[in-house]
Design a protein around this ligand. Sequence first.
Ligand SMILES: Nc1ncnc2c1ncn2[C@@H]1O[C@H](COP(=O)(O)OP(=O)(O)O)[C@@H](O)[C@H]1O
Ligand SMILES: [Mg+2]
Length: 347
Amino acid sequence: MDNDSISVLLIEDNPVDIEIIKTMLKKAIDIDFILKCSNNLSDGLKSLIQNNIDVILLDLSLPDSDGIETFAKIKAHTPHIPVIVLTGHMDDKAIAMKALRAGAQDYLLKGQINKTMIVRSLRYAIERKRAEEFIHALTQKFIRLQENERSKIARKLHENVAQDLSSIRLFCENLFSDDIKNDKIKKVSSMLYNVIKNIREISYDLYPATLKELGLIPTIKIMCSDFSEKRNISTQIHTAGVENLKFSYEKEINIYRIIQEAFKNITTHSCATNVTLRIVGASPNIIFRIDDDGIGFKVTEELIDNLSEERTGLRNIEERVKMMGGKSRIKSTPHAGTNIYFEIPVK
Ligand SMILES: Nc1ncnc2c1ncn2[C@@H]1O[C@H](COP(=O)(O)OP(=O)(O)O)[C@@H](O)[C@H]1O
Ligand SMILES: [Mg+2]
C-alpha cells in the first residue's frame, strides 16, 4: 500500500455483489483501489500468496466454506492482513459479531453498503490493524525485556548472593566448630541455610536454570513434582511424542511461564485436589492441556482481555501463545473445574 493506492482482495461468489463493490471502489475519489477477486476460499488463499494484499473483503458463505469457519481459515492463513466481513442478511449479524470478536476489523451488510461507507471501512481497517500490530509488537517486546531482566536478576541471586551466603555459613561453622556456644552457631547455620534455600527458590522462580541444563520437558516435569509436593495437590503429567522436540529459547521460556501461570491460578483460586497436564507432539505442533478439578469460574472476554495492571494471568497466557503463533482456549465451568488448552508450532 502507498498513500494513493490500496490493494483489496474480494472473496465473493455472487457476481452481482462483485459488480456492485467493483463499481463503488472505481468511483472512489483520491484513492486508487486495486481490486483482485476470488470466487471461493481456496482461490482466495492462493491469491493471498501471489499478491501483495492490504485488506480482505470476505463473504462468509462461499462454495467451499461457510460461516465463521471461513473467517477462521483466512485468519489462520494470513493473521496480519485486516479482514472486513461481508454478510448477506440481517440474520448473519450474529456470525459477523463472532467474526469481530475473533479479530475481524469490521463487517458490512451487503444490501446497505454505499461508496463512502466501504471506502471508510477499508481505510479504517488498515489503520486499526496497524495500531493493533504495533501494540502487539510492544507487548512482545515488553515480555522479552522482562524475561531478560528476570534471568539477569536470577543469575545474580544464585551466583552471587546465595554463593556468598553459603561461604559465610561455612566460615561460621568452621570458625566456631569447637566453641561452647555450639548450639547458637548451629542455629545461625540453619537460619543461613533457610535464607540460601529461599534465595535459590526465588532465583529459580525468576528463571529456571534447568531450562538450559536439561531442556523444556524435564523442567516441566520438575515443576509438576514440586507443585504436587508443595501444594499438596495430586499432579499427573502425561507426555507423548515430545522426546525429540527442540524449541527455541523464547518458546521454552514462554511455555514454561504459561504453565507456571496456570499452576499459580490453580493454587490461588481453584481449591483443586487433582491436576493433569498433558503434552502431546502433533507435528508440526505441540499441544498442552492443563485440567484441574477445582471450583471453576465463568470465562468472560472481559476477564481475558482485561487491561488493568492486576489480573493479568489469563491475558498473559493468551498473549504468550499468540506471540508463538499458536492458539489457546480457556474453558471453565463453575463447580466443574478448569481446562487450559494451547497449541503452538514447534518450529
Ligand atoms: N484454575 C482456576 N480455577 C478457578 N478460578 C480461576 C482459575 N484460573 C483463573 N481463575 C479465575 O479467573 C480470574 C482471572 O485470573 P488471572 O487473569 O490469572 O488473574 P488473577 O490470578 O490475578 O486474579 C481469577 O481471579 C479467578 O477468579
Ligand atoms: Mg493469576
